[in-house]
Design a protein around this ligand. Structure first.
Ligand code: CA
Length: 240
């Protein structure tokens, strides 16, 4: 579900998470007119997978999703990325919750809203966030932090010197801690053209990722091999 037209590398990518097709269509149209690239997901799970596959510079997040609520989803998004999030909300008591709980959203828009206004808010939030320094070194020891602007993963606060495909494989695992990814799944999601890739290529990439993690922390072993299937990131706390 992608509204991407031609590759326009310099353009900002926005991920829209909204289950109502009609709303999504008007927002995607306004984003295109505002010269943003956009991806659209209708569920929380799809959004997490999309983020692990391809970074976005900003996320527009509907609070009422079919498989989860936007607040819970934001917590999981925050394990992946610190990019700005604008909530779409239907009710004013949701706004109270956003403000009262300081959920880490950067702005909110109440439905019904004007797509043009939303695009203007997106521009304002992006200007604000690019002025603020990013601090990936805030990473806790033993955990991963993904800097999706620089395509870097930090482990225990240290950058891992990953190749592009190592980055894609690792961020895929990070996106769903505990989930076992088959080699086939990793291949399909991390490579644009999986035709030439074999299982051994996946294994070689995992081996390289493990070596680079051990260079940072020799005691760390956060990736689990599932014999005959594939790989999983051990849930937090199991590493080390
Ligand atoms: Ca909804």
């Amino acid at each position: 579900m992608t509204s991407e037209a031609t590759p326009r590398a310099a353009m900002t990518r926005v991920l829209l998470v909204e289950d109502e097709r009609a709303i999504a269509d008007t927002v995607l149209y306004a984003l295109e007119k505002g010269r943003y690239q956009s991806d659209w997901c209708a569920t929380g799970e799809a959004a997490l997978e999309a983020l692990a596959r391809r970074p976005a510079e900003l996320i527009v997040l509907d609070v009422g999703l079919p498989d989860c609520n936007g607040f819970d989803l934001l917590r999981r998004i925050r394990e992946l990325t610190e990019v700005p999030v604008i909530f779409l909300t239907a009710w004013s008591d949701e706004v109270d919750r956003i403000i009262g709980l300081e959920l880490g959203g950067d702005d909110y828009v109440t439905k019904p809203f004007s797509p043009r206004e939303l695009v203007a808010r997106i521009g304002a939030v992006l200007r604000r966030s690019s002025a603020a320094p990013k601090s990936p070194s805030d990473a806790l020891s033993g955990s991963f932090v993904v800097d999706d602007e620089r395509l870097e993963v930090f482990f225990g606060g240290e950058p891992l010197q990953l190749s592009l495909y190592e980055y894609r494989v690792l961020t895929l695992l990070i996106g769903r801690p505990g989930k076992v990814f088959s080699r086939e799944e990793i291949l399909q999601r991390a490579w644009e053209d999986p035709g030439m890739i074999t299982d051994r290529t996946i294994d070689a990439h995992i081996k390289a990722i493990r070596r680079k993690i051990k260079e940072v922390d020799p005691a760390a072993d956060p990736i689990r091999t599932v014999r005959g299937v594939g790989y999983a990131l051990k849930p937090e706390g199991a590493s080390g």
